[in-house]
Design a protein. Structure first.
Length: 202
């Protein structure tokens, strides 16, 4: 390894050499700003990693058999953070885990074992899991649990139901409507019906 000071920008450049020929990789320590660059001789942040166009600038963190990789132009050619292998990814604050993405891509907020695609967990409701036909969003609590949609007085809050044949064939809508609040449950299709079922009877 060789080192040389560049007077113009006051950096130290370190390069690996092979038979006297410097390889492409550089490590630069910028004296003026205290910045460190890998793959660049002009880092503009405290730590800058640079890879040539088409490459992937990555940081790998390893503990035993668990790997965490962070990179630019990494997964599907976008910046990404990912585990390597069958490991979940957790995010936390104040030293505690707050959210987890499991190995199947399910997201849990407040839980390390999400029961569906998105599981918002405050406390356990007991021994129960969401129905497989309706597990894309699960909201769970040990007491009252709910979902709130908020809108201004002059607007409406809605849930729409759709399919490839129509993106709004049914809806639930509520609004303040100039101090005359209303709730609408309906079908938007000309031949649509609204059914209310009790047990097996419609």
């Amino acid at each position: 390894m060789t080192g040389a000071a560049a007077a113009a920008n006051r950096t130290w450049d370190f390069q690996t050499v092979d038979n006297g020929l410097a390889n492409a990789g550089n490590i630069a320590f910028q004296v003026d700003g205290g910045n460190v660059g890998i793959g660049t001789t002009s880092p503009d942040k405290l730590l800058t990693l640079t890879q040539a166009a088409g490459g992937t600038a990555m940081i790998n963190l390893t503990a035993g058999t668990q790997y965490l990789s962070m990179g630019a132009n990494y997964i599907n050619n976008v910046p990404a953070i990912s585990t390597i292998g069958a490991y979940s990814l957790g995010l936390g604050t104040n030293g505690s885990e707050r959210m987890r993405i499991d190995i199947d891509g399910n997201v849990g907020i407040g839980t390390t074992g999400p029961d569906g695609r998105l599981h918002v967990f405050t406390a356990s409701a007991g021994t129960v899991t969401p129905h497989s036909n309706a597990d894309d969003l699960t909201v769970e609590n040990s007491g009252n649990a709910g979902l709130t949609i908020l809108s201004p007085d002059a607007n409406v809050a809605s849930v729409y139901f759709g399919s490839p044949s129509g993106n709004s064939f049914g809806q639930v809508e509520g609004g303040w409507n100039a101090a005359a609040p209303y709730l609408l449950i309906g079908s938007n299709h000309a031949d649509g019906t609204v059914r209310i079922r009790s047990g097996s009877a419609v």
